[in-house]
Structure formats: C-alpha cells, structure tokens
Ligand binder design. Structure first.
Ligand code: SF4
Length: 315
C-alpha cells in the first residue's frame, strides 16, 4: 500500500522535510481530564476509555524513560516526534506543562511535539509556550479532539464543549502560527455521511492544517459499551466506514495533511466492530476506494501530485 499516492500524508510530509522517516512516540504525561475529574463532568465522553489507546501503566515512568523505551523498539527511525496523547495534555499549570514538554524536547533525537487536548482546555499560556518551541525550530502540532461539529451530537456523547469552543481555540492557535490537527470520529450515534461532510466543511472553514479520521469503536469500560450491549448502538460496517472516509478525503483540499485515516483497538478491550481490530484492513480498503473513485481533493477538482519514491504511512 502506498497511501501517499492518493493522500497528502503527514508521514510523507515529514520524510520530505526531514530527509528521513520520523515516527511518533506516545507519551503519558500523567494529566487528567476536566470531563472526568468533576470540573466539567465525571463520566467522560461516552466513547472514551483512555486505556484502550495507551498503556496507562507507563505514566509511572519519566518522560525520558518512556521515550527511551519506545525508541529502543523502533528499528526504522532515528528521529521522533514526542506525542502527549493520554487525556488532556494541556490541562495543568503552565510550569508543569513546561517541565513535561521540555523533558521530551531535551532528548537529542526528538524533532518536536504533538500535544493532544480538548478544544476548551487550551489556555493562552499553553499556546504561548507551544509557540516558543515552534520559534526555536521544533515541529509543533496542537491536536484537538473535536470528533464532530454537530453540537447536538456533542451533547449526546457528553463532550462538554461545543463547536464555538473549538473555533475559538483554532483561531488563537493559528494566529500564533501553531499548526492544528483535528480529530474526527466517523460513525457517531445518529450521524450520517451528510453530518460528517458538514463537520468537515465547518472544520475547513475554521482553518486547519491536519486531520485524523477515526471509526467509532466500542471499547470495554466506556459508557457506550452499555448502550451497545443493550442494542442501542450499531457501529459502522467496514464498507460504510470506507465509503464515508473516502468521501471526506476527496472533499479535503490537498494541502491539508492526513495524520491518520483509521484507528484500531485490541480485544478484549475492543467490543465492536470486529474489523477495528486490524488497522491494515481499513487502511487498505480506504486506499482501494481512493484509487477507484479519486484521491484527496478530487471532489474539489484538486489533483494530488504524489511522490512515487516515498514509502510511508500516515504516522
Ligand atoms: S475523550 Fe478526552 S476529553 Fe473525553 S473523557 Fe476521554 S480523555 Fe476526557
């Protein structure tokens, strides 16, 4: 599979700019989340179980140890991005944020930071700090979990913020020159392809530099797991996901970088759909859809000019 022939992938973009493969190392900074600690709510977003995406036990290790352990297991790369993935990685006083981010950047083989967070939880001090790192020459990405621009769905999945919060943070970040990667979920309860396209259009109108697409998957320990067991939620089939993801990619201008076009989880944490257990299944199917019906930007008349010598995935 050579996704970069049909999509402007983040992986290919990094390889072009750095002259080598750059991989992300995922970090747990020991942060929590206002939607879980009682500040906004206690139950969290209905789809969420953080331990399904990252090994929670690693937070007892220092940032340096977490990076070193993962880098040792990587054979294909010598330089990395430090990705603060777990929970809300801007949810702390700026001194703690500086300590965390700085300890990641202190490693000679780290080229920059990706910081995952909620759109309503990015204070000016955090943005100023990220802008400082960018000015020092580091690669810096603010990864915002939006999931959907539909405020009705946001309420239904208990996100605790709305689209206006997202738009406000994106404007502030981009005014400081910080690149924004927005996470979207395909297949949220009550949403159709039309809703996903509407979300994409709003995100494009607000301005964005990168996108991550995820299928909704039901994981053990989430509130949605109860609804799924009660038969109130039906996850998308692989074909449905591929159809929607393909359309979104075709409606995305070619200068926007896709950091991810699918995601997976492992059993027994993963409850449904089964195809989400195998990341490559959906990646290959989306790739095939794009080759058949047109690649990134083609619904807008863009023609993606690929670089055939590269062999990279989204991340
Ligand atoms: S998805 Fe993010 S914001 Fe929602 S409960 Fe989980 S950690 Fe908190």
């Amino acid at each position: 599979m050579q996704l970069h022939l049909v999509i402007n992938t983040f992986g290919a973009d990094l390889q072009r700019r750095y002259g080598e493969k750059i991989y992300k190392l995922t970090l747990h900074g020991g942060f929590t989340c206002p939607n879980r600690d009682g500040t906004l709510g206690r139950g969290g977003c209905t789809f969420c179980n953080v331990s399904s995406i990252i090994d929670e036990s690693i937070q007892v290790k220092s940032i340096h140890q977490q990076l070193a352990q993962q880098a040792n297991q990587m054979k294909k790369s010598k330089r990395y991005l430090a990705y603060f993935q777990a929970y809300t990685s801007t949810y702390a006083e700026v001194d703690k944020l500086r300590l965390m981010y700085q300890s990641a950047l202190a490693s000679a083989d780290i080229v920059g930071l990706c910081v995952g967070t909620r759109p309503d939880c990015v204070p000016n001090e955090a943005l100023t700090l990220l802008a400082e790192y960018q000015q020092q020459g580091y690669e810096v990405w603010l990864e915002l979990g939006l999931q959907t621009a539909n405020d009705h769905t946001q309420k239904r999945i208990n996100r605790g913020h709305n689209y206006a919060d997202y738009h406000y943070t994106v404007q502030k970040a981009r005014q400081l020159g910080i690149k924004v990667c927005t996470h979207l979920i395909i297949g949220l309860p009550g949403e159709t392809k039309r809703d996903n396209l509407s979300t994409l259009n709003q995100v494009l109108d607000s301005g964005v530099d990168g996108l991550k697409l995820h299928p909704l998957h039901i994981v053990e320990g989430s509130i949605m797991a109860q609804s799924w067991r009660a038969g109130r939620i039906t996850p998308l089939t692989l074909d449905e996901y591929v159809d929607i993801a393909g359309e979104l990619i075709r409606h995305t201008p070619k200068h926007i970088l896709f950091h991810r076009i699918s995601a997976n989880a492992r059993k027994p944490t993963l409850l449904a759909p089964e195809w989400c257990e195998n990341h490559w299944l959906s990646m290959n199917a989306v790739d095939k859809n794009l080759r058949q019906f047109g690649g990134q930007g083609q619904a807008l008349g863009d023609v993606y000019r690929f670089q055939s010598h590269l062999d990279v995935n989204c991340e």
